[in-house]
Design a protein around this ligand. Structure first.
Ligand SMILES: Nc1ncnc2c1ncn2[C@@H]1O[C@H](COP(=O)(O)OP(=O)(O)OP(=O)(O)O)[C@@H](O)[C@H]1O
Ligand SMILES: [Mg+2]
Length: 435
């Protein structure tokens, strides 16, 4: 008898599954499922701050934790409906930050996707997120069809005047309050902060922003304070030829470009220090009137042309100085330590270091103080590009603390902040940083 042969079926596995298994999502978020609520809260606060800064509005952020939900509300420009719709397409990433080199709070272009998907992945029940913005209320329900291997997304929009300015986003999450406000083991310095500690850390890094969580209010100490914003022109000095190539390729393939192609000169004009007509003319002399797609040769961007363009752009503009990134400053750090971290005022010391590493500017700031409460444990508050870090991502800081003989039981508060373009995160969840 001839043995039966297997007629193999060719299966297709969708990339969408990347957001819908616990192991994949853990990799994207960079933390175990227990810490997802606080990790999502961080992403939502990042977005809220970025949105406000782009609109030139001093940010006022409100965080609410209910027994079964958490909410972030801002006074920014509002989350555009098209962005919500785009972020629900799990086949592609949407972000206005991808490919630009600058000191940003994050540059993955997937936080919203994770926010819609995570409640389902963590609890196996249909995810439920509400977004109030622009006089509308969006409800986003997401689950995963395990047979088809595809997400099932329901997005409904209704008129609702609750929020006309800014964005309010509410994530339904069973036992939010327990996981976000709970104390106990989570308060050890190794585990992620709770929601109040997270908001306190954001307040420490952002002098221009006001925050509120429950009854606790952190007032902006300097609403006019400025930093490098996500919407500020990026510097040609922060790109290697490959990075500029990627940005050019992304430009050419974007829907905006398809509708209206950009000239090389218009592209150049978007960079820091290259806005004057004279500079644009001299930088683009070789490509006068050329469009970006004219730099394509044989199916890719011509590497000679990209290299030459980058060299000219760098020559014609000055590299930004560390101080241009933004310095939080002694006054804000001191006020935060005394008003919000229970530190003895006389014990506070502050230090900063402005410098350059691998051709990139950086600003390091440190604050140190003795807790008023002798029984308090050491509290580490770390910020990266004006965003709260969920755990200490700086190995060097641990070494420094060991050298100073400050251990986990000492009643001290240590604040550390790094601002640097292109912080090299060693994971996609932006939790650990390579210095
Ligand atoms: N609160 C908000 N106000 C205004 N716009 C927002 C808000 N939240 C999100 N957006 C817009 O939605 C886009 C997608 O947000 P998302 O967090 O998914 O990506 P990102 O912030 O660009 O990158 P990352 O993944 O690093 O956070 C943002 O680029 C921004 O344009
Ligand atoms: Mg984001």
């Amino acid at each position: 008898m001839v043995p039966a042969t297997l007629e193999r079926t060719t299966f297709e596995v969708s990339r969408e599954v990347e957001y819908f298994t616990e192991s994949e999502l853990r990799m994207q978020i960079g933390f175990d499922a227990d810490d997802w609520p606080v990790a999502l809260l961080k992403e939502l606060i990042d977005n809220a701050l970025d949105g406000c800064e782009a609109a030139g509005t001093p940010p006022i952020i409100r965080v609410d934790v209910e027994p079964d939900a958490f909410t972030v509300e801002d006074n920014g420009p509002g989350l555009p409906e098209a962005t919500i719709a785009g972020s629900l397409d799990y086949m592609k990433r949407v972000s206005d930050k991808l490919f630009y080199a600058s000191p940003t709070r994050g540059r993955l272009g997937n936080a919203l996707k994770v926010v819609w998907a995570a409640p389902y992945v963590a609890h196996g029940q249909q995810g439920y997120v509400e977004v109030w913005t622009g006089g509308q209320r969006h409800t986003v329900k997401v689950r995963f069809d395990r047979i088809a291997g595809r997400p099932v997304v329901e997005h409904e929009t209704k008129e609702d005047a609750l929020v006309t300015t800014g964005t309010r986003l509410r994530v339904t999450w069973p036992e939010s309050a327990t996981s976000l406000l709970g104390e106990g083991t989570r308060r050890s310095y190794k585990s992620a902060p709770n929601a109040s500690e997270l908001v306190a850390a954001f307040a420490a890094c952002n002098p221009h922003a006001g925050f509120r969580i429950g009854e606790k209010v952190f007032r902006a100490t300097d609403p006019a304070w400025t930093k490098w914003r996500t919407c500020d022109p990026t510097s040609a000095h922060w790109y290697a030829p490959e990075a500029l190539r990627d940005l050019l390729a992304a430009e050419i393939s974007s829907p905006t470009y398809q509708a209206q192609p950009k000239t090389v000169r218009a592209f150049v004009s978007e960079f820091r220090g290259l806005s004057s007509a004279v500079k644009q003319k001299s930088v683009t002399a070789e490509w006068s009137r050329a469009y970006l797609h004219d730099l394509v040769r044989g199916g890719d961007l011509d590497s000679g042309a990209v290299g030459a363009l980058l060299a000219r752009m760098q020559l014609a503009s000055k590299p930004p100085k560390p101080v241009h990134l933004g310095v939080i400053g002694e006054e804000h750090v001191t006020r935060w330590m005394t008003e919000h971290a229970g530190v003895v005022p006389e014990s506070i010391s502050y230090a900063k270091k402005l410098g350059e590493q691998d051709g990139l500017p950086y600003v390091l700031e440190f604050g140190f103080g003795q807790s008023e409460d002798d029984n308090a444990k050491r509290r580490l508050v770390v910020g990266l590009n004006w965003s709260a870090a969920l755990e200490n991502p700086i190995l060097e800081l641990n070494q420094l603390l060991a050298k100073q003989r400050i251990d986990a039981h000492d009643p001290v508060v240590v604040f550390a902040h790094i601002a640097k373009p292109l912080l090299q995160f060693t994971d996609r969840g932006k939790a650990r940083v390579a210095l």
